[in-house]
Write a protein that binds this ligand. Sequence first.
Ligand code: GLU
Length: 454
Amino acid sequence: MTPHLRFAPSPTGYLHFGNLRTAVLNYLFARRYGGTFLLRLDDTDQERSTEAFAHQIREDLAWLGFTWDREARQSDRTDRYTAAAEQLKAAGRLYACFETPDELERRRKRQLASGRPPIYDRAALKLTSEERAKLTAEGRAPHWRFRLDNAGPGGGLQPEHTNVAWDDLIRGTQTVDLGSLSDPVLIRADGTFLYTFTSVVDDIDFGITHIIRGEDHVTNTGVQVDLFRALGATPPSFAHHALLTASGDLKMSKRSGDMALMGSRDLEPMAVASYVALIGTSDAIEPLRSMAQLAERLDLSHVSTSAARFDLQELRALNARFLHATPFAEVAERLIAMGVGGGEAFWLAVRGNVTVLADAKEWWDVVGGEISPVVEDVGFLATAAELLPAEPWTDATWGEWTGAVKTATGAKGRALFHPLRLALTARDSGPELKALLPLIGREKVLARLSGQTA
Ligand code: GLU
């Protein structure tokens, strides 16, 4: 069976690392098992959904290397929702309610005061057709509730509850007690549809076979399983992952920009994808080089059920590891676009010292630009300058040169190398000088050893 997956963000904010994790898990599952992947924009909230957010979501996913077989927008599918609502009404599973928010609130308080759970009492189910006609004539527009499959004889709530159960691919057997829930509103009084409903209609129409999403949806799933059945469909498989928490005082929400993916475009897409796919699993977090390789790692049974802590520093460290192993060909174009020359030799010399690719530019400026050398011991550097071999230089030049300086001055170890590093790079640490030396070239090296800006 070909699996069909989807990622269904609402274009009401930017993608952040939390919802990105959901996207990546679904995407990898589709890729791993030869399935399809749908990007669905849940834009029924017309007021908060914007085209700009939709555009940014697509951009972010494309940047990460996602491709999708299809895109759908809920705002294009109103006719389907209307038809599905008619089907539920005809089956007696969707009923009109006329209570105002105030009335509902008062009822809820009464229930709580008398120690009863604040569940909607289904009073609207008992309205006669005359009463309904009268309310409509008064100009009251109904909202519509889905009658959960937990009714005892006579339509009242069943004292012994009805559980919906499924075999969650991450959490194992899950049950939701429909008897503890109010019948959910699927259509608001203004005629707009709610996500609980539209999502199920879409998942049926697009043949979705697996839904991987955050554990904040577990109760929803209980309701939606009942909805799938009420619409005559077999529910898909579900997997609910634990949520990511942000470290420090950052917030993992689309309203706070803290964790927006957009803000981390200086990182490598595969480092980001690897991090969000492997965090919160029992597998080691390591940077994989392609979505295909990462997909091979995916095993939902390794995804933990406890919250994982997202740490931007950890992600940056992973990015560094990714770059340390990146061949020149993969970054050549971007280096040129950044104004970095030196070709493969330069990249191999500095890649172990960059956290983000942009750091290569700093090293390029050290090699080819002007620096103000740090001179601690003028005499020592003068001796070193005298001993500097003639060009052409190779990887072996550094060893020959420092060997001669050692013999002449008696300096060794840090006392030998550190003053040379400070003079040649104006930095305390960095890439191996053996590789940098030929890139800097004799003329600049001589100038820097004599303390000139060069
Ligand atoms: N638009 C929903 C959300 O972002 C989709 C949830 C789902 O995967 O069903 O929460």
